[in-house]
Design a protein around this ligand. Structure first.
Ligand SMILES: [Zn+2]
Ligand SMILES: [Zn+2]
Length: 258
């Protein structure tokens, strides 16, 4: 983590009454232009930056202990607002290679993934395509603030990449660009979704992904496209449903690298 000064972020006071010290001597003149290469510390003192992404900045400079002591309901709002802010502050999110602007999607259970970028193509109407960031509350509520900030940029990098980019070079460049833009130059580009190794391996190395038409959380992987379109889902509650209502649709696995 970058060693930045603790500031009162409205997330509760420390027992000792704050970190103490006066930082007036560090304050730059209001008219001073921002430096060419932004450090996290510079950004967090830049009024223009703070007004653009106040919630994201709040996460970046949050003290991990204070953050964890803040009720999750409050942190969740901050995380969602921060994600919306970053999307709004990222010009590339309006004009993506996928063709659909990136938006905040929803909070939903995503297993062991902290968040994901969901791109969906409509069968006949491209204007109904979706490109959203989905967030997983049960994972994010246990994570340190700087991990959450990194996760937001990780997913926005997917959102401004094309369908099927996975964690390849093109995505990595976009993630690097966003990290640098937000002063997180010391952060490494992370190649994984914090999935379990097994999930990660299946996602990355198997070419075809099957999605249950009845319950899209029922995912399966194959190495090749099946010869018939009539495969049925046998996961969870699908087992008690008429077979015609639980056909699996197969598509190229967007995470596939190979
Ligand atoms: Zn990813
Ligand atoms: Zn199913």
């Amino acid at each position: 983590m970058i060693n930045i000064r603790r500031q009162d972020i409205g997330l509760g006071k420390t027992a000792g009454g704050g970190s103490g010290g006066s930082f007036a001597s560090h304050r730059r003149a209001a008219a001073a232009p921002p430096p060419a290469i932004e450090t996290e510390e510079n950004l967090l003192q830049n009024a223009n930056y703070l007004s653009q992404v106040p919630n994201f900045a709040q996460i970046m400079r949050a003290d991990p202990e204070q953050w964890m002591n803040t009720p999750w309901a409050e942190r969740k709002k901050i995380v969602e607002r921060a994600t919306r802010e970053i999307i709004a502050a990222t010009p590339e999110a309006q004009d993506t290679p996928f063709g659909t602007p990136l938006t905040f999607g929803e909070w939903k259970p995503l297993g062991s993934a902290l968040a994901r970028n969901a791109k969906r193509r409509h069968l006949t109407q491209p204007e109904l395509n979706e490109n959203t960031v989905q967030m997983n509350a049960s994972q994010l509520r246990t994570r340190e603030p700087q991990t959450i900030a990194n996760t937001i940029l990780h997913e926005v990098a997917h959102g401004i990449d094309d369908w099927g980019g996975g964690h390849g070079d093109r995505w990595a460049k976009k993630h690097r660009m966003l990290l640098d833009r937000h002063g997180m130059t010391e952060r490494k580009v992370e190649q994984i979704h914090w999935d379990t190794d097994r999930e990660h391996a299946a996602r990355m190395v198997r070419k075809i992904v099957g999605t249950c038409q009845r319950d899209p959380t029922h995912i399966s992987y194959r190495d090749g496209m099946p010869r018939s379109r009539m495969y049925i889902c046998t996961q969870g509650a699908c087992r008690g449903v008429p077979q015609a209502e639980r056909l699996i649709s197969y598509a190229r696995n967007p995470q596939y690298i190979g």
